[in-house]
Design a protein around this ligand. Structure first.
Ligand code: C2O
Length: 538
């Protein structure tokens, strides 16, 4: 195993994806930011120097951070932000996970431009990939672009409850040919007959995406840095936070083919960015025709059946101990996820959106980080009384209830404390209060087993029988079906404070979140380590 070291200089960069020059925050003058490549078992050291005008933190999305909870990165959860002019060094090992993860800013909406791929290949000398060795590996970062300043947009959203829709989607930072004026189109040159491992990441702020390549199938071999049984499909769905590893074989007649990404919109009657980002797959042969690329036909924006089929067909590749589902559950939770309203004095319209879990709308502290409060025993920052079920049982998926009990959730910083090594099961129940839509729920620090998902209200008697306890897919982000539910399990084997939240940035700051506090275990190595000396002060 080796040490991989990077320096991230965060600063202003001028870019013009839609032909207009814009100043954005970026890492090392690149948009998207640098790709980090490591092997399983390596230690990654990243020196972050903040030369930007904003507070910054970097989150290593999907990394277990075993024994290194101080380096997880969400601002005011595991650390205070790195202030302009300050720096902080992240240092952690990538153990027991392989595949595609990514890194992104975890403060305000800065991850719109502060993100990059984190690729973990198998260790040298081990069996390698559990699928045919690709000739080449290609990161494909799907993003969402705004012409406006995203920090201003977030402030405006919190004040008014109305969110601007984005101006473009991007593939590796470029919108592509279909926009009236685009800085360019991402091109992937392929040799006929060769195999390519596409490492697809949805870094968009607020949109799930369908992704397709004209006339080509994809063989999904991993999601969220866990291996899957090979799954052949012509379309993938990626929610913000999720990743897909898929093999592409260049087995079609030499020509040019578009790859395309477009929104999957589960919420009815909503305004959204209906544009399509494209890249081009070009066969490198002398007889490749010069004709314009062939366009794939993407699913309709609201094609929930296609999204659901993709999400539920995939199974995990049970090849290593970590893929074995724990059968004994210590903590059972039923968590409603959805949107309510916030009676809000400073909101222009009198009320803004208040996302909530079990009727608690999570307020992220701003005096010190939650992890420091946990380590030092500081009271008054958060409480450990997040409820294991909603205070009321009602028809969660009925959007026409005249008076909905959860209209105005409580604002609080209530967390769920769990004993070291406990197995936690969560039923996420999507609600239709105010608005119904698919919410991608991300757990920091752990992968979970996705046991089942479906539509309507979760039925304890009937739906428990549908659990896959044999080879469920493992993920760090579950897209809870629109008007439906999903059940996951994880083993809380890492002391720390771990955020659980909707990965739509339009919902996290409104409170669609909570956190797990995993308490210390009995041995020295199962206790919260002290904070690193350079941890930023609030
Ligand atoms: Cu990818 Cu809490 O984030």
């Amino acid at each position: 195993c080796s040490i991989v070291e990077h320096t991230f200089k965060v600063g202003n960069l001028s870019v013009s994806p839609l032909c207009k020059k814009r100043v954005v925050v970026a890492v090392n003058d690149r948009f998207p930011g640098p790709t980090i490549r490591v092997r399983e078992g390596d230690t990654l050291i990243v020196h972050v120097i903040n030369d930007s005008p904003y507070n910054i933190t970097i989150h290593w999305h999907g990394v277990f951070q075993r024994g290194t909870p101080w380096y997880d990165g969400p601002s005011y959860v595991t650390q205070c932000p790195i202030k302009p002019g300050a720096s902080f060094t992240y240092k952690f090992a990538l153990v027991d996970q392989e595949g595609t993860l990514w890194w992104h800013a975890h403060v305000s909406w800065l991850r719109a431009t502060v993100y990059g791929a984190l690729i973990i290949r198998p260790r040298i000398g081990q069996s390698g990939y559990p699928f045919p060795k690709p000739d080449k590996e290609i990161p494909l970062m799907l993003g969402e672009w705004w012409n406006a300043n995203v920090v201003d947009l977030e402030g405006n959203f919190i004040r008014t409850g109305s969110a601007n829709i984005s101006d473009a989607f991007t593939i590796n930072g470029r919108p592509g040919d279909l926009y009236p004026c685009s800085s360019g189109t991402y091109k992937l040159n392929v040799d006929p007959g060769k195999k390519y491992l596409l490492r697809i990441i949805n870094a968009a702020l607020n949109n799930q995406l369908f992704f397709k390549i004209a006339n080509h199938n994809l063989l999904v071999v991993g999601v969220d840095a866990s291996y899957t049984n090979p799954y052949k499909t012509d379309v993938v769905v990626v929610a913000p936070g999720q990743t897909v590893d898929a093999l592409l074989v260049a087995n079609q007649p030499p020509a040019s083919y578009y790859m395309a990404a477009r929104a999957y919109i589960s919420a009815p009657n909503t305004t959204f960015d209906s544009t399509t980002a494209t890249g081009i797959l070009v066969y490198k042969t002398p007889n490749t025709t010069k004709a314009s690329p062939i366009m794939p036909s993407l699913p309709a924006f609201n094609d929930t059946p296609t999204a659901h089929k993709y999400y539920t067909d995939i199974t995990g590749l049970v090849s290593r101990p970590k893929y074995m589902v724990p059968l004994n559950v210590d903590v059972k939770m039923f968590i409603t996820v959805g949107l309510g309203l916030s009676p809000c004095a400073q909101c222009a319209r009198g009320s803004g959106v208040a996302g909530s879990m079990n009727n608690e709308s999570f307020v992220i502290p701003n005096k010190t980080s939650m992890l420091e409060a946990q380590f030092y025993g500081t009271s008054g920052i958060f409480t450990k009384d997040f409820p294991d079920r909603p205070p009321l049982v009602f028809d969660y998926t009925n959007s026409s209830l005249p008076t909905v009990p959860f209209w105005f959730p409580n604002k609080s910083t209530r967390t769920r404390s769990v004993a070291y090594n406990s197995t936690v099961e969560m039923v996420f129940q999507n609600t239709a209060i105010v608005a119904v839509e698919n919410h991608p729920i991300h757990l920091h620090g752990f992968d979970f087993y996705v046991l089942a998902q479906g539509f309507g209200n979760f039925n304890e008697t009937l739906d428990r029988g549908k659990f896959n306890l044999v080879n469920p897919q493992m993920r760090n982000t579950i897209a809870v079906p629109v008007g439906g539910w999903a059940v996951v399990r994880f083993v809380a084997n890492n002391p720390g404070v771990w955020l659980l939240h909707c990965h739509l940035d339009v919902h996290l700051p409104t409170g669609l979140a909570t956190a797990f506090v995993v308490e210390n275990g009995p041995t020295p190595s199962s206790k919260l380590p002290p904070p690193p000396a350079d941890l930023p002060k609030c």
